[in-house]
Design a binder for this molecule. Structure first.
Ligand SMILES: Nc1ncnc2c1ncn2[C@@H]1O[C@H](COP(=O)(O)OP(=O)(O)OP(=O)(O)O)[C@@H](O)[C@H]1O
Ligand SMILES: [Mg+2]
Length: 317
């Protein structure tokens, strides 16, 4: 039976000598989804990826990649990987490098002759293919790295900070490449510090802190807590508590005088336990005589969630 999961791990752990790099990596990544791993520098993201790929042997714990035990050759053939620090054979040209990697993957020569120029074109290196990689800029090296990761149309592609050297156009290219992989049914596993990018590309994210996967969040699901920004006059001081709603005035209460009708509306922030309470709160405000000028529901940005889950401080190395 093929597993519904592309990646499944249980309490993977990695000690480098006495240094605990990863204390608990427990993950489940569904086939066909784009999954992001987020966390501060040194949190253990790259070490997790290397354990999944069989490049680093876990000290403890178990896991499967594409239904095979971690490190199994059968799964590794179906995997693409752009490492965080890549050191390619820089005397080779981009074309030669891709041919070399393709042969190592067991791809046929005919298929490579067609696939390599097509991919170089796709990563916008079409005219640089014959140049040695040592003459490439950092971003050009990253682009050839992306081409290498996608060479054999892998079932799952791991991208460890794929946009770190790329200009804004390159970042858009990565976004499009991720979307293309998903369209053809592949799974994408992304490590990135660029939350905006992750928000656009990923279905789910997991937060990692000090070597531990803390929680997973579904970016496509409606928010569990809905925040509404309200600007209104004569907001009732209580009454919403029975619905489990919390309301807090945002601006300086002493600035306005409720006796005067011409006062500017007050700024309030309400937190709702369920999005279904949105119409209820509005009705409550209006029934209580509030004059509502603005009623704007918003979800927490990924940045706010990141700061809440991972905290402002470092990872406690
Ligand atoms: N080969 C190694 N030998 C010893 N310690 C290592 C090794 N590789 C990583 N570490 C340590 O393990 C911890 C996790 O490193 P890792 O590279 O996995 O973090 P990361 O989350 O990918 O960070 P970044 O966001 O900076 O890429 C760090 O404290 C790092 O110093
Ligand atoms: Mg890393």
């Amino acid at each position: 039976m093929t597993s519904e999961l592309a990646v499944e791990t249980h309490t993977l752990r990695k000690l480098y000598g006495r240094k605990l790099a990863v204390s608990d990596c427990t993950l489940a990544v569904r086939r066909g989804e784009a999954f992001g791993l987020l966390g501060p520098n040194g949190a253990g993201k790259s070490t997790c990826v290397k354990m999944l790929l069989g490049l680093v042997r876990p000290t403890a714990g178990t896991g499967q990649l594409l239904g095979e035990p971690l490190g199994a050759v059968a799964a590794r053939r179906r995997v693409g990987f752009l490492p965080e620090h890549f050191h390619f054979q820089d005397w080779l040209s981009g074309t030669e490098l891709l041919h070399l990697h393709g042969r190592l993957l067991g791809m046929e020569a005919g298929r490579l002759r067609q696939r390599v120029p097509e991919l170089l074109e796709r990563v916008e290196l079409g005219r640089q293919g014959r140049k040695p990689i040592r003459e490439y800029s950092k971003g050009m090296q990253q682009r050839v790295g992306l081409a290498q990761a996608l060479l054999q149309e892998p079932d799952i592609v791991f991208l460890d900070e794929p946009t770190s050297g790329l200009d804004p156009l390159g970042r858009m290219l990565v976004r499009d490449l991720i979307a293309e992989q998903r369209q053809r049914g592949a799974t994408v596993f992304l490590n990135s510090h660029l939350l905006g990018e992750v928000e656009v590309s990923c279905d789910r994210v997991a937060f990692v802190k000090a070597g531990r996967v803390l929680e997973t969040r579904d970016l496509r699901a409606p928010e569990a807590v809905t925040v509404v920004n309200v600007r209104a006059r004569s907001v009732p001081r209580d009454g919403w508590g029975r619905l489990g709603i919390q309301g807090r005035r945002q601006d300086d209460a002493s600035a306005s005088d409720p006796a005067k009708g011409g006062d500017p509306p007050e700024a309030w922030r309400f937190e709702l336990p369920r999005p279904e309470l949105l119409p209820e709160l509005l009705r409550l405000l209006v029934d209580a005589g509030a004059e509502v000028f603005e009623y704007t529901p918003r979800r927490d940005s990924l940045e706010e969630t990141f700061l809440r889950v991972v905290g402002h401080e470092g990872d406690g190395q």
